[in-house]
Design a protein around this ligand. Sequence first.
Ligand code: ZN
Length: 89
Amino acid sequence: MPRKYLIPQYINVIEDDLIVDIEWIESRCLESMPCQHSVRYITKSGTSHVDRMNGVKIYNLFQKLGKSCPLHFMIYAPKNSEAEKYWIS
Ligand SMILES: [Zn+2]
């Protein structure tokens, strides 16, 4: 009598498909605060996607991937109160 195995249900396939790299970001800047750009990224499954993302999301994505963030998105970095102590106004 062959044993029956339950077939795992991949319900969150899309959510599970994490972004592993950024291929390019369109230089055209849309909207403002936060601005929006078209981004092409690669996910864990090896597929390439193009999506509109806001600046905050793009900044966070660069942090998560450990890549250096383009200066354009540095305005979305959380404020560092320790560093601000040394600012000259
Ligand atoms: Zn922008």
